[in-house]
Structure formats: C-alpha cells, structure tokens
Design a protein around this ligand. Structure first.
Ligand SMILES: *[C@@H]1O[C@H](CO)[C@@H](O)[C@H](O)[C@H]1NC(C)=O
Ligand SMILES: *[C@@H]1O[C@H](CO)[C@@H](O)[C@H](O)[C@H]1NC(C)=O
Ligand SMILES: *[C@@H]1O[C@H](CO)[C@@H](O)[C@H](O)[C@H]1NC(C)=O
Length: 762
C-alpha cells in the first residue's frame, strides 16, 4: 500500500520534471553541456548580446514582460556585474515619463523592440562573426529573438538580413555603458575581447564540469564490474589466497569490519578501502581539475572570485552526478548487484560513502556561494536570500547534511523506524530541492537536472521491482512458534523462496505499514502438522516482553531440504518457507501479541533475493577439485546462512574433502528445531553427525576460533572453503584469523583458503 503512495509521489515528480523540460528546453537540446547541449555557441555571437548594458528607453509594457529572461540566463557573476555598475557611487538617474522609462535593466522584449539595440547587435554579429555564413547568423538571430510579437516590430527588425540592410553607414560611435543607447554603437575590441574570452573560458569550464562528472559517475559503475570480471582470469590458487588475504579480506585497520566503531559505522575491508580511496581521489581531483578562468574580465573584480565561482559550480555538478551512484548502490534491485560479485553489504557501504561525498560537494558548493554572496562586490546577500532558487538550494543541502548525520549506525540501529521514514522523506526533499534549485536558475538549459532524472529512474526501478516481487506471491499467512527464550520459528506455508526474503506484516501496526525486514530462509520444507501442539507446549508468557527486529541476515541461497518423513506423510504437498527469528525490540513483539501461532497473520513476502541471481556470481561455496574441504562456522540462528553451503557440498559428487560445522548456540531447543527441520535426530551430545557432516556444538559458550581455525586449516589437504554466518563479532574474528593464517604457510605448504562471510551489515 505504502509503495503505491510512493509511486504516486514519484510519478508526479517525474511528470513535473518532464513538463518543465518540455516548456523551456533551450533549443530542444538534450544531454549535458558539451555532450548534446551547446553553451554559448557560436562563441563569436554571444558576446554581442551580452555586452550591451547601456540604458534603453523602454515602455512599461515591455518592462512588464519578463517571459524571456530565463532564456538568456547568465552566470550569477554577470548579473552581479550589472548590479555593480548600477550600485556605483553615483548611480545615474535616467529620465522617465508617462508609460516609458530609461533603464539599464531592460527586458529582452524591450531590447528586441529597440532600434538601436538591434542594430548594434546586428552590426556586432556582422563584424565579429566573419567566419559564419549569413544563414547561420540568421538562425542565431531567430533563435535569440523568436517569440516577439512580430507585428509590434518595425519590418526591418524582423530578420538579421533586413537589419544589416538598414545600417547604411558604419557606426563610428563606441558603445558607452552609461549613455542612453539612442545611436547605433560600434563595439570596440577592449570591450568585446575580454567578454569573449571570459565566456569562452566559462563555457570550457562548464564542459569540463560535465566531463569530470561523467568520469566519476561512469567509473563508479564500471570499476566494480571490471573488478568482478578479473577473477575469471586463470590466477594460480596460491596467489588468489594470498591476494585475498593481503589485499581484499582483512579490515583496513584494526581487527573489526562488521562491528561498528564507536557506533559510527564499520571499517571497510582492504578491498573496499581501495575502491573508497579511488572514489575520494577522483572526487578531489575532479573538484579542482581544469578550472580555467579569464582575468581581467568584466564578470569578476578579482581572480579569486572567478576561481570560487567555478569551483562552486564544479562542486555543484559533482554533487548532482553522485546522486545516481548513491541511488544505484543503495538498491536491492540494481544492475551492479547483478553484474558483479560484490555483496549487497559492500554496495551499502559504498552507498554511505558516496552519499557523504555527495553531501560534501553540496556543502562546498553552498559555502563558496555564500562566501561570494557575502563578500563579492555587486552581490547582495539579502537579495539572494529572497530568491526561491537560493532557498531551495539551502533546503537541499540541509536535507543532505541531516540525511548523513541521521544515518550513522548508532541512530540507524537505535531508532530504525524513525530512521527509515526520515531517510526517505529527506531523500525526496534533497532531490526535489536540488531539482527546483536548478530549474529555477537555469530551467533545463544546462542539463544538470538529467543527473536527477537518472537518480529518480534508478530509484523508481528498484521500488517497482520490489513492488513486483512483493505482490508476486500474493498475501500469505505466517505462523509463529517459539523455539526457546531467544528464537521464534516462522512458518509461511504454500510458498517457495530461497536466499533471503523481506517480510511485510501489513496488519500488525498501522504506523509501521511500510516496514519490512530481511530474513534468511532456513529451509523450504513441509509444514509440520504438529505445529499447534508445539505452540501449546511452550509457555506463552515469554512472548510478550521481548521483541525481535531485523535479524542477522545472510545473503545465502536456500537449502531445499526435505523435511522429516513424518510430516511429509501427514501433510503432503504443502511446501512452505521456514525462517528463524530472533527476539529483539520492534516488530515481532507486536507479532507475538497477536497470537499469530493460532490463526496466522497476513504477510507479504518480498523475494527471493538470492546471490544466485547475479549473472557473474560465484559465491555459492561449492566443492571443487582445488577446494574439496568445507569448514562452516555458525553462531546461533546464523546456522541458516551456512545451510546452503552444506547443501551444495551434499548434492555434488564430492572429492575426498572433509566437511565440518562448528555451531555455537545458547540453548539446545534451537538445535533440535533445526535438526527436526532437516530430518535428523541426534540426541544430546555436543559431537554430532548430519549425514557426512561432522557437527561440533558449543552450548552457551564461545568457541576458541583461533584454535579451531589454526588446527583445521593447517592440517587440511587441498583448499578449504570457510563459510561463516553469525554475530558480527564472530564474523570479524574469523575474517581476521583466516586472513592472518592465509598470509603464512603451514608445514604442508601454503594454506589455500576461500572465505565466504554470510553477513549483512547495514
Ligand atoms: C522614450 O520613448 C517614448 C515613446 O515610447 C518617448 O515619448 C520618449 O520621449 C522617449 N524618451 C527619451 C529620453 O528618448
Ligand atoms: C560615456 O558617456 C558619458 C556621458 O553619458 C561621458 O561622460 C563619458 O565620458 C563617456 N565615456 C566614454 C568612454 O566615452
Ligand atoms: C541621445 O540622448 C542624449 C542624452 O543622453 C541626447 O543629448 C541626444 O540628443 C540624443 N540623441 C538623439 C539622436 O536622440
């Protein structure tokens, strides 16, 4: 339901975006400046329009019509130039009368009806654009003065050719910016050339903005794909292990990756760190590269003003260009997830870091312009502040800053519900604010809004697929059974899914209708007929005070295991999904209060999200000749994340490797629940056999992971796949220890190890 609402909001936004585009696109050009959109081309012609700032005699009617103003939107600096002259020490007072007024701020309509203005422009075009043919100049002229009420114009103003024909004597008087333009002026070189060079450099810098923005965007998307493809090259196994152990797997510093540092966020792995370093470097370089300005220039009083303006513009464009990347990295359904072997949690980490970069660009853009508005001559801060585009810019920047601060892990985890709502609202505010900021300033002439349209498209795509995935299965019913003090088992009959799924419980709470939480699918199994009796055995009082939240999710594929023979005979044909859920604060408390175990509760299942859905994936740990051994380490309900790996090693004709599972759990009932789901009954010992698999349990205490890993990895023949799923601390320890071991060799030669950490940090 909530998703439909979002769709409505988003489509309204899109239609806004496109309608803006249609009404005001500059000559119908599309794309970015330098790539589809031409800025100030032909270069010789534009200064002729912009150079004339002499006062004109305008009628009130012409002054009232500002419809054209946007078409000639000039850089802020140039606007400031006019103000600067006007605000000079002794601002001249020009004559005015009934229905007319002489003013230095003539509108386009006034200019187009002014004989001397039009003749001056025409003469300037003729003398300065000798390289252009007459039809080209004619076109330029028509494009710049298209929609005038032609009948109101004298016939000779209606085309470039007629204007030129009407200039019989070459003008001799030079343009004088303070004198009423009641003569056809000659534009002298010392006025024309600085403006020409300034505009050329400005346009060149704008083209570079587009170029660097595209470099950042494209490389941000291409590099992950390229890196993922590298692994298909025939690297020697030992190199691969060493490369991963030195360069990819370990945390950048310290011993922790999944565990947050000071509640702020997690330390990237070295592999992630390398890509992040690239992103920072390319962003820094792109912000300062190729800023080229002209000085002396009529647009700036100091070189620093030009540099600040261009840097601010660059930062603004970069911020926009990062938005689609931010959206792309965030999606549950995105092309990069499908085209790479990078995990969703890696992309979420990139999402956060690019979002920070995007925010920093926006902040730099805002601070520089604030600085300019406050200090540059000719700028009036109060006047800028009154402008809607300026306010929109402030709103968007603020939204981005709050968005980033509200997303630090501490807040994200502590107040997930608020975080979620705020995150989406602020994202809409940031996108919308940026859009209006650009649109009010440039309409769609500069093409900046294309970045926003791209981000929106990525977002809408993800949301649309999520919607489709949610409704594909229809509404199911979920049955909740307590396993022990800590876990529930959730059965959703008549459903097939693998990997992990996001569950929505639309009827549980009106205020949390949009909430959905990821769960890893433990098994697709036959629903147990003794479900109800199990429930009655359990004491229901423990349900009420504890609640669950998002559990530690694994991005693993399903283990399609057949259930116990008993249930197969009792309820043939009703397959369903089993999920284990940990009690936490949040949604499940509400579930428990609703006596879900008896009647079931409606649930929408969004899924399956399976790493098998990537085109290039190789993350399903499966036995190979080089890696015959499997070592699984699971903590608590993390067992569900390693089951798929066990399953793969079970189904394939396996080489002579060993298979071991170390499973740390707090209490025994979870073990029994999982075993009964898998169809084993192994009594109470801590050493067990599940088929060919050796299972070591540790009830209520931690394994000594270093001892286990050292013993297992050092003694094994051939390579070992280590699969981990469990609490973040455990995953971090295994990551650290395995990487450290893999960097050294044992007596049996180099240790060959592949590490698969089925964790989902967010
Ligand atoms: C400006 O134009 C009006 C006619 O529109 C004319 O009456 C007036 O004298 C002109 N003023 C000057 C200073 O030329
Ligand atoms: C421009 O015109 C003003 C009178 O309006 C005059 O004082 C000034 O000298 C002129 N400037 C030039 C460069 O001719
Ligand atoms: C142009 O305006 C000036 C006043 O700025 C005036 O002295 C001059 O006579 C006018 N010239 C013409 C041709 O109207």
């Amino acid at each position: 339901m909530h998703k439909l609402q979002w769709l409505v909001v988003l489509t309204t936004f899109i239609s806004k975006v496109s309608s803006f585009g249609v009404t005001s696109t500059h000559d119908g050009d599309m794309g970015f400046i330098g790539y589809g959109i031409k800025l100030y081309e032909p270069g010789c012609a534009w200064p002729c329009l912009f150079i004339i700032s002499s006062p004109l005699n305008c009628t009130d009617e012409d002054l009232a019509n500002t419809a054209w103003e946007k078409r000639w939107e000039q850089s802020s600096s140039e606007e400031a130039l006019y103000k600067r002259e006007e605000a000079g020490a002794d601002a001249p007072v020009y004559p005015s009368g009934d229905g007319w007024k002489v003013t230095a701020e003539a509108t386009r309509q006034c200019q187009s009806r002014n004989e001397y203005f039009m003749k001056t422009v025409a003469y300037c075009l003729k003398t300065r654009c000798t390289g252009l043919s007459r039809p080209e100049l004619e076109t330029f002229y028509l494009n710049q003065f298209p929609g005038t009420n032609k009948s109101a114009l004298a016939p000779e103003y209606q085309s470039y050719s007629t204007l030129i024909a009407s200039i019989t004597v070459a003008p001799t008087e030079d343009l004088n910016a303070t004198k009423i333009l009641n003569y056809t002026a000659n534009i002298p070189d010392d006025l024309y050339i600085p403006l020409y060079s300034t505009m050329q450099k400005y346009a060149k810098t704008e083209r570079r903005h587009s170029f660097y923005a595209m470099v950042v965007f494209v490389s941000g998307a291409i590099i992950p794909i390229g890196m993922s493809l590298l692994r298909f090259l025939p690297w020697p196994q030992a190199w691969r292990t060493k490369f991963n152990a030195f360069i990819i797997d370990p945390p950048l510093f310290g011993q922790k990756h999944d565990t947050a540092i000071w509640g702020l966020g997690c330390v990237p792995t070295r592999g992630q760190g390398i890509f992040l370093a690239y992103l920072w470097a390319i962003n820094l370089a792109s912000t300062v590269q190729g800023i080229d300005y002209e000085y002396p220039s009529p647009w700036y009083t100091q070189p620093s003003e030009a540099i600040k303006t261009y840097m601010a513009n660059r930062a603004g464009v970069m911020s926009c260009a990062l938005l689609p990347l931010v959206m792309l990295y965030a999606g549950r359904n995105n092309l990069l997830l499908w085209l790479t072997n990078w995990s969703h949690s890696t992309f979420l980490l990139l999402h956060r870091w690019t979002a920070v970069l995007c925010m920093l660009h926006a902040v730099v853009h805002s601070i520089l312009y604030l600085e300019i508005a406050l200090s540059a001559p000719g700028w009036d801060y109060a006047e800028q502040l009154a402008e809607l585009y300026w306010q929109m810019g402030i709103a968007a920047t603020m939204a981005m800053v709050v968005l980033c601060i509200a997303s630090i892990q501490l807040i994200r985890r502590k107040a997930y519900e608020i975080f979620l709502v705020l995150h989406i609202l602020l994202a809409v505010l940031a996108l919308g604010g940026t859009f209006y900021h650009i649109n009010l300033k440039y309409t769609s002439d500069y093409g900046y809004e294309n970045w926003l349209i791209m981000s929106l498209a990525v977002w809408v795509f993800d949301r649309a697929i999520r919607l489709a995935r949610s409704f594909r299965h229809g509404v199911k019913r979920a049955y909740l059974t307590p396993v022990d003090e800590e876990y529930y088992r959730l059965d959703i009959p008549n459903l097939s899914a693998s990997g992990h799924v996001y569950l929505h419980f639309p009827t549980v709470s009106l205020w949390r209708i949009w909430e959905n939480h990821p769960f890893s699918v433990a098994s697709v199994t036959y629903r147990k007929s003794n479900l109800h009796s199990m429930v009655q055995v359990q004491n229901t009082k423990e349900l009420s005070n504890k609640e669950i939240d998002v559990i530690n999710v694994s991005a693993s594929s399903a283990s399609v295991t057949s259930a116990s023979e008993q249930s197969q005979t009792e309820q043939p044909g009703t397959s369903g999904v089993v999920v284990f859920v940990r009690k936490h604060a949040g949604m499940t408390g509400l579930l428990a209060k609703r006596k879900v175990q008896e009647k079931g509760i409606p649930v929408l299942v969004e899924g399956s999200y399976d790493i098998g859905s990537t085109f290039l994936q190789d993350q399903h740990p499966a036995p190979t000749h080089d890696y015959p051994n499997l070592l699984c380490i699971a903590g608590g309900v993390g067992i569900t994340g390693v089951l798929p790996a066990l399953d793969h090693f079970k189904n394939t004709a396996r080489p002579c490797g060993s298979q071991k599972l170390y499973w740390g759990v707090r209490t025994m009932p979870l073990v029994h629940a999982v075993e009964s789901m898998l169809g084993y009954d192994c009594g109470h010992g801590s050493e067990r056999k599940w088929g060919d698999l050796d299972v070591s349990l540790s009830i209520g205490q931690r394994f000594n992971l270093r001892d286990i890993l050292e013993r297992e990895l050092r003694s094994q023949q051939g390579g070992t796949t280590v699969v981990v799923c469990g609490p973040t601390g455990m995953a971090d320890d295994v990551r650290y220890i395995v990487s450290a071991l893999a960097r050294h060799s044992s007596e049996n030669g180099p240790i060959l190890v592949k590490l698969a950490i089925e964790s989902f940090t967010w």
